[in-house]
Design a protein around this ligand. Sequence first.
Ligand SMILES: *Cc1c(COP(=O)(O)O)cnc(C)c1O
Length: 390
Amino acid sequence: MKKRTRVTHLPLVRLPPDNRPLVAPIHQSVKFSFDDVGETLRFFGAQREGFYYSRVSNPTLRQLELVLAELQGRDACLLTGSGVAAIALTLLALLKAGDHVVYFAELYGPTRALVRKLLGRYGVASTMLSLGDTDSLARVLAATPTRLVALESPSNPVLRVADLGRITALARAHGALTLLDNTLAGLHNHGEYDVDLYVHSLTKFASGHGDVMAGAVIGRGELVEQLRQDCSNLGPTLDPHAAWLVLRGLKTYFLRWDAHCANAQRVAEFLAARPEVSRVRYPGLPGDPGHALAARQMDGFGGIVTFDLAGGLAAGTRFAEALELFSLTASLGSTESLVVAPAMQQPRGLTPEQQAWSDIGPGTVRLSIGIEDADDLLADLRQALERSGS
Ligand SMILES: *Cc1c(COP(=O)(O)O)cnc(C)c1O
């Protein structure tokens, strides 16, 4: 073999069957081959196991799918290149022109935009409600045949806790599927509820280090398989190296989750005692409207703390800029602490009534609490409150 050929046909290294790496390799290959056409066709016909093309399946992705499905308490998982891709894929795969979706004003902004703008363009009707208003949900489901109820708990950014028992029972009784964006609750929560499909942004707590984007849809095998068909045609595939980074992050998921939750509880209690702060939203505070539900539904109250500065928008800008340990940026669920100022998250495209439901006020600040020493976080918050004259 000439050298020019050798560099494209590398020497094969096979591990003996009884010799295994402790960390699974990254299968950074787009294609997988079989020895002959017959075996390839047997694979196409689902008569044998294997892999063929990484847009459809890949061993590294398969390993991540297996562990995520188990963490969420379901039997199947499908990975995507981002959390938003998981949501978009699920909506496109489940809905068709003439269908009706119920969603909520408190949801993550891009999810609201997907339902209203993208699905609207394809002839899917939708009704927006407030996540806490299950009576209106019951009324709408009784009046309008509905294919899907899309929700979050706790919601991003205002941490509204959904009554999952009531909402899933209502949806089931009216023949609607439920889609729960479970990103803020973590992978280990809410599995016991009658939710049809969970979506996660793995960009957040699952991978945990802010160095990779990924998403997942988790649910019953037959529903996820239906999505997988559309996924292979739409192509929002996750790269094997990104899947491997998520797998690596997952090893410390529970350690990080506990640290995020413990720090967030201390931050929430600290903020609740400050005169500059008019309201703290954190389900771990006994006075939070979602506390009783979250205590029943969740193991750990999560790593996000949202609060309102009495001084409003300008105070929020000064405060966020005065913080030193907290980085002023989007996203959440990383090892380092992050802040979003009120001016960065004012909802768009909502009616005044929906805006009130969204519960984002002029002084609403969202903190993603990292795993730093809690005393350092409190000292930074204290100096920023004092220095910004909030
Ligand atoms: C971040 C986030 C998403 C989107 O995830 P990406 O990985 O950024 O695409 C979806 N839902 C919630 C609740 C999120 O916080």
